[in-house]
Every structure is written in structure tokens, then in C-alpha cells.
Design a protein around this ligand. Structure first.
Ligand code: AMP
Length: 540
């Protein structure tokens, strides 16, 4: 017998409609590319998203068409999120930090029909335009006064096409499984692969973000997503924020510590989210200048492991709580979040930090398990370490156009490529990426563990740990580190510090100091580049 409940589709348009009715005066504040701070409400955003949908219709965009964007976090990008998906087309966000070859590959593979972009990307698009096979027109996300001189063909001005329409537009009803957005993974090898989100997956994921044991976004928050809208939909923040009417504060192109700090203070931000590299810059700035946070309560750290020293500094020096979370492009991204349980009330500060180093428990909707070399399921004892598999309604069931076959098994388990443990309480801890683990004499050394300990050494700003070949042990760890400005920390200082927490066999064989480490398009360390560079390195 079927239940007698209404079968209403879960659609992205319902998020902005809800915000318009329930939270019409909640603000979206953006640092614009043109310079000034722009400020408007969800009601304004909803109206302009409808105008945009009308403009797209006039341009000939149809349901299922891909519309590309290359833009920072700002209000026009939010309008594209709702306008493009809302009308039934697919909002394809492109990471501007990718190489021009990858940008060409992605736009052609996705078959983007129109391409919307921020002013700084004019030269990049001019350079690749000749190789694009599907784009019919380009839209610069600015107003008439700031339109650039460009040799791009068929260029339009965003404000012109939006302002030419009224907002008399009805969002279409559709199957909730309709594709809504497309985001390519920034694979370190091979071509990027497209992850195609649906309305249903996006709405369910946004709801999960609102749950207290998910992220816990609320109407009382002013949220500053440092995580860009061109990387896994800014972790779903624009959707979750519309759902609860939280004030959104968009940083635009300026991600340095000073700019982020000033925006946080000016707009009384309570919650932020980003990768450790961004927090490193912010913490360096507040430390240097002696500044404090007057409103920040919480920060979500994900994308790479949050080091102990970072969690401690946020908590102890700035009274900002850290929520460590894990996910990936293929998981929308929210997979796990590290909230303490009731049973942890009253544990020591040190134990809180130790627990926060874990990536956390699966949020409802995500199932996870770890498996060994032969696919056998491993126990949840906090020690057994295996490949992490996940499944659920916001986990990819495959890649766009059938690329990357075999990522999902017959039972729907997606192989994340991460290696982890899970403890008795369900807390998952990433020990490494499959490819990064250091295999030394039959034992596995977690490069993440050694990195996290190394950045805790006074005078070290950033560190990468890679495996280098060893005649006896197969592989041994090498630390490649960047010193803080003016610090004169030595190799021996690093080894002495690590000896306090790591076993002897886990200690690095050598420490090399460099001026900078290579990062990929989403801010992650490019360990494959380092491995290639140091493949013939002779350990002492
Ligand atoms: P991406 O698809 O670019 O977002 O990258 C996803 C990958 O980032 C995951 O598979 C992990 O390897 C890594 N990652 C994400 N969050 C964390 C975290 N909290 N700790 C360690 N690694 C993480």
C-alpha cells in the first residue's frame, strides 16, 4: 500500500522561492570584482534570478542545455545558480585555476552553449576561444560601464540581458532527478571527469547541511563561504543558506587574510568555510596584526586535513570552534562532519582537539564502509585502515558521458580513493589518499599524520610529505617544508619535535626546505609534482 502524501518534486527553484517568501529581507552581501560592496536581499535575488531565466530563454537556452560559469563568489553567480538550474538547464561551474588545456577540454566535453564569466577571465577566454566547439555566446558578468574591450565574438553584458526582462516568470515543474549542475573533478592525472548533480540530490544535500549534526547552518548565521562557487558548489552553501535565509557574505576575488578578516568584521560573520590553506593565511594575518574576531563563532575546515595546530589556534587563541568535515566533488560534497557526541561532554580540551582531527561521522543520508585489499569489509575499531567507500542519494552514480567506469560497484558503493579508519563511535579518519600513503617495510605511514605534526613545529608554515624510493624499506618519508617569514628552524628541530609524537619508523629520513609548495586548482598540495621532482632524491 502506498502512502497518501503529496509527491512534490524537490527542485532548486523551491529554495529561492522559499527564501523570497520567508526571508525576504535577509541579505546577500558581495565584494564585487568592480570594487564596491554590493548589498541586496533574497527577495531581490529571487526576482533577478527569474529575469535571468527569462533572458536565457530568449537566448534559446533549453532544458538540459549546459550553461558555463567562470566566476568568483558573488551575487550574480548566485543568480546563475538559481536561474540556470531553476529553468531546467545545467549550471556548469568551471575552475579558473585550471590549465587552459583543461578549460578547453571541459567546455567542449560539457558542450556549454553559453558562457558567463567575471571580468578577470577575459584574457583566458580570448586565448582559448578558437578551440571552443559549442559556445554560441559569452556573457561578461558586469554592467555597461565596466564592459571590457575584447576580441571575443558575440559578447553580451550581464546587466543588459537581465535588465531587459521583467520577472514575470514561473519556474517550471520537472522531475526532481533532472540534472541541475555540473562540476569537473580536478584530477591530478588524466582529463577531469564531470560530476552531474540533480535537483533531488542538491536539495537533500542542502537539507543535510542544515541539520545540527550536519553543518548546522541557521538563519541566525552570517555565512562567509571562502570555498569558491566553482568548486563543488561552494560546498552547497548557497542552497543551504537560501533554505534557512542565512545572511551570505561573498568575498569575490580577494581571498588574502586581510581582505577576508575585514569582510568578516564588517559584516559580522559568524560562520565560515574553507580549505586549510585559506585559514593559514587568515591566521597569519590576525597573528601578525594582533587582531581578534568579534563575531566569528565557527569555521568549517575541509578539502584537506585540518592540522592540530590550526584547530588549537582557532579554539584557544581566537575562541572560534572548528568543525572538521570531509567530502569530495563526487559526494556533493558533504560526507562526514566531526561533531562531538553527548557522551563526550566534559572531556578535556586535549581530547576535544584529538577528536576534532578526525573527519567525523557520516551525516544521515551517507553510508560508509572501509574495505581491505581484497574488498573484504574491515572492522570499525579505529585501527583497521582501508579504502573508504560511500553511497547515498547525493553520491555520484557515475561520471558525465560514462567516463571513469568502475568507480561505483554493483551495490552502489563509490570508491573515494581515500584510505581511512572508522572507530567504534563511527568517526572516520582519513589516513591518506590511496596514492600518497608511504609503504615502508610492510608498514603504512600516513603522509597526512606526518604533515600535520610538521606544521605544528614552531617556525614551519606549510609542509608536504612524500614517499621516496629506498633500497631496503621500499619507501621512506621525506618532508618538504616552507619556513615562516624570518624563522630559522632546522632539520633537527623538525625531527626532535616529531619524535615526541611519532614512532621511530614513522620519522622522516630527511627534511628539505623550499620557498613554496605547488598547489592544484582547488588549493590542494600537488604531491604528484613533488614526487616527480624528488624521484631521484638521495636520502642521507
Ligand atoms: P575534491 O573532489 O577536489 O573536493 O577533493 C576531494 C578529496 O579531498 C577527498 O577525496 C580527500 O582526499 C580530500 N579531502 C577532503 N576533505 C578532507 C579532509 N577533511 N581531510 C583530508 N582530506 C580531505
Amino acid at each position: 500500500m502506498l502512502g497518501l502524501m503529496q509527491n512534490k518534486s524537490l527542485l532548486i527553484s523551491s529554495l529561492i522561492e522559499h527564501a523570497e517568501k520567508q526571508y525576504r529581507d535577509s541579505e546577500i552581501v558581495s565584494r564585487t570584482i568592480e570594487g564596491p560592496i554590493h548589498r541586496y536581499t533574497y527577495a531581490d535575488c529571487a526576482k533577478r534570478s527569474r529575469q535571468l531565466a527569462k533572458a536565457l530563454t530568449k537566448l534559446g537556452v533549453q532544458q538540459g542545455d549546459r550553461v558555463g560559469t567562470m566566476a568568483f563568489n558573488g551575487y550574480r553567480h548566485v543568480e546563475l545558480y538559481f536561474g540556470v538550474s531553476g529553468m531546467g538547464a545545467v549550471c556548469h561551474t568551471v575552475n579558473p585555476r585550471l590549465s587552459p588545456e583543461h578549460v578547453i577540454y571541459i567546455l567542449n566535453h560539457a558542450e556549454d552553449k553559453f558562457f558567463f564569466f567575471d571580468l578577470p577571465f577575459v584574457p583566458l577566454l580570448e586565448a582559448v576561444e578558437d578551440k571552443l566547439t559549442s559556445v554560441k555566446g559569452f556573457v561578461v558578468m558586469t554592467d555597461k560601464a565596466h564592459m571590457p574591450q575584447t576580441k571575443l565574438k558575440n559578447v553580451m553584458c550581464y546587466e543588459d540581458i537581465v535588465n531587459a526582462e521583467d520577472d514575470d516568470y514561473q519556474w517550471p515543474d520537472m522531475d526532481e532527478n533532472t540534472a541541475s549542475a555540473l562540476c569537473y573533478t580536478s584530477g591530478t592525472t588524466g582529463n577531469p571527469k564531470g560530476v552531474l548533480y540533480s535537483h533531488r540530490s542538491t536539495v537533500l544535500h542542502a537539507l543535510a547541511g542544515l541539520t545540527v549534526d550536519g553543518i548546522g547552518y541557521s538563519n541566525k548565521d552570517a555565512i562567509l563561504p571562502v570555498v569558491p562557487m566553482f568548486h563543488v558548489n561552494a560546498w552547497g552553501i548557497p542552497y543551504s543558506s537560501a533554505m534557512c535565509g542565512a545572511k551570505m557574505v561573498m568575498p569575490g576575488a580577494l581571498m588574502d587574510g586581510k581582505s577576508i578578516y575585514e569582510l568578516m568584521e564588517m559584516e559580522q560573520v559568524t560562520l565560515s568555510a574553507g580549505v586549510p590553506t585559506v585559514w593559514m593565511m587568515l591566521l597569519a594575518y590576525v597573528k601578525e596584526t594582533g587582531k581578534k574576531f568579534s563575531s566569528m563563532r565557527r569555521t568549517v575546515i575541509g578539502g584537506s586535513a585540518a592540522p592540530r595546530s590550526m584547530i588549537e589556534t582557532f579554539r584557544n587563541d581566537y575562541n572560534v570552534d572548528v568543525l572538521h568535515a570531509w567530502g569530495m566533488t563526487e559526494t556533493s560534497p558533504l560526507g562526514t562532519a566531526c561533531h562531538l557526541k553527548k557522551k563526550h561532554e566534559g572531556i578535556s580540551e586535549e581530547d576535544i582537539v584529538t577528536l576534532s582531527l578526525k573527519q567525523g561521522r557520516a551525516v544521515y543520508g551517507v553510508e560508509m564502509k572501509i574495505v581491505g585489499m581484497n574488498g573484504e569489509e574491515l572492522p570499525w575499531d579505529g585501527k583497521a585502515c582501508g579504502n573508504l567507500l560511500v553511497r547515498g542519494p547525493w553520491i555520484a552514480s557515475g561520471y558525465f558521458k560514462g567516463e571513469g567506469k568502475g568507480a561505483v560497484d554493483a551495490d552502489g558503493w563509490f570508491d573515494t580513493g581515500d584510505v581511512s579508519t572508522i572507530d567504534e563511535d563511527g568517526y572516520m579518519q582519513i589516513t591518506d589518499r590511496d596514492k600518497d600513503v608511504i609503504k615502508s617495510g610492510g608498514e603504512w605511514i600516513s603522509s597526512i599524520d606526518v604533515e600535520n605534526e610538521t606544521v605544528g613545529v614552531p617556525g614551519i608554515a606549510e609542509a608536504a610529505v612524500i614517499a621516496v624510493p629506498h633500497p631496503k624499506w621500499d619507501e621512506r618519508p621525506l618532508v618538504i617544508a616552507v619556513k615562516q617569514k624570518g624563522a630559522n628552524v632546522t632539520k633537527q628541530d623538525v625531527i626532535d619535535h616529531l619524535s615526541k609524537t611519532l614512532a621511530k619508523w614513522q620519522l622522516p629520513d630527511d627534511v628539505v626546505f623550499v620557498d613554496a609548495l605547488p598547489h592544484g586548482a582547488t588549493g590542494k598540495l600537488l604531491k604528484n609534482v613533488l614526487r616527480a621532482e624528488y624521484k631521484d632524491y638521495k636520502l642521507p
